[in-house]
Design a protein around this ligand. Structure first.
Ligand SMILES: NC(=O)c1ccc[n+]([C@@H]2O[C@H](COP(=O)([O-])OP(=O)(O)OC[C@H]3O[C@@H](n4cnc5c(N)ncnc54)[C@H](O)[C@@H]3O)[C@@H](O)[C@H]2O)c1
Length: 282
């Protein structure tokens, strides 16, 4: 896949969720293209293992960062600036999932997924964007949403709500930054191989009993199978860097969902036309 390596050579990136899956693959792809990367994650044990395995000490550093906590993101930003001087590419990628039936969720879990998936992205932008604009060089804010930020299924409402919010937030940010050297992209993948199916183990109300129940649930096993059989994170990361180099806003990876987009648009427009017809006839 094309994408000029000059876009990333010698530039600095901050990547959240860098210890696993998509964030780790993006880190590796950036390093291969000559970028410097601050890897940020709550899982510092795993970060350490992955950072050492890459063996690129002059290009890589790591920092503990809980994206749901603004003070933690500010501290991670300060560590990044101390190490690399400036940031060109901000990857707000860390995310978690939560499945269940509406009416039976713990409100604390809803708050948690909102704090990580939506506020984590907002915290990244609030902490890093002023500095990215101030240095005046080209860069990009890359927010990881999901195909679940466009199309919905049952029993994933917190995930869908947060990912729709990330898509909307990213679009608004794109409009705001049109006349600046900072571009915006939003990643909207379907199934990419990672550990995302285990993310709800991090939820505040998780217990050993709940974890055992969750892993025995057929819906969990079906999701795990879809993720395990998904696109490799490396292939997706290459597409991401190519898309950033081409200043593409949406990044999609799944040809099968095209007709479902058409169905959603048709349903919206059918209700739109029906409402206008009712207004005209009233
Ligand atoms: N894998 C997929 O199929 C898929 C599809 C669509 C979107 N996504 C999104 O991609 C992003 C990356 O997920 P992934 O699939 O690589 O999963 P993953 O679980 O392999 O990686 C997520 C990483 O985020 C970290 N993390 C979790 N909470 C955090 C927090 N509060 N602060 C900092 N780090 C935190 C985890 O420790 C982990 O290392 C997520 O936003 C996810 O919603 C994934």
């Amino acid at each position: 896949m094309g994408g000029s390596s000059n876009t990333f050579e010698g530039k600095a990136a901050f990547v959240t969720g860098a210890a696993s899956g998509i964030g780790l693959a993006i880190t590796k792809a950036l390093v291969a293209k000559g970028a410097n990367v601050m890897m940020a994650d709550i899982d510092t044990a795993r970060l350490t293992i992955e950072l050492e395995a890459m063996n690129a000490p002059s290009q890589l550093s790591m920092v503990h960062c809980d994206t749901s906590d603004y003070a933690s993101v500010e501290a991670a930003r300060d560590a990044t600036l101390a190490r690399f001087g400036k940031v060109h590419y901000l990857f707000n990628n860390a995310g978690v999932s939560l499945a269940g039936r509406s009416g039976s969720f713990e409100v604390k879990d809803w708050q948690w997924i909102t704090d990580v998936n939506l506020m984590g992205v907002v915290h990244g932008v609030e902490a890093f964007l002023p500095g990215m604009l101030a240095h005046g060089e080209d860069g990009c804010v890359i927010n990881t949403a999901s195909m679940a930020g466009h199309l919905t299924t049952a029993y994933m409402s917190p995930y869908h709500a947060t990912k729709f919010a990330v898509v909307g937030y990213s679009e608004a940010l794109y409009h705001e930054l049109q006349k600046s050297p900072i571009n915006v992209s939003v990643l909207c993948p379907t199934w990419v191989k990672s550990n995302i199916y285990n993310a709800s183990l991090l939820s505040p109300t998780m217990t050993e009993d709940k974890a055992a129940e969750m892993s025995a649930n057929p819906a969990y096993q079906a999701t795990k199978a879809l993720v395990d059989n998904g696109m490799s994170a490396e292939t997706f990361a290459e597409l991401v860097l190519t898309s950033i180099a081409k200043k593409r806003f949406f990044v999609f990876n799944d040809p099968e969902v095209r007709p479902v987009f058409d169905m959603r648009r048709d349903r919206i427009l059918a209700d739109f036309d029906a409402c206008l017809a009712d207004l005209e006839s009233s």
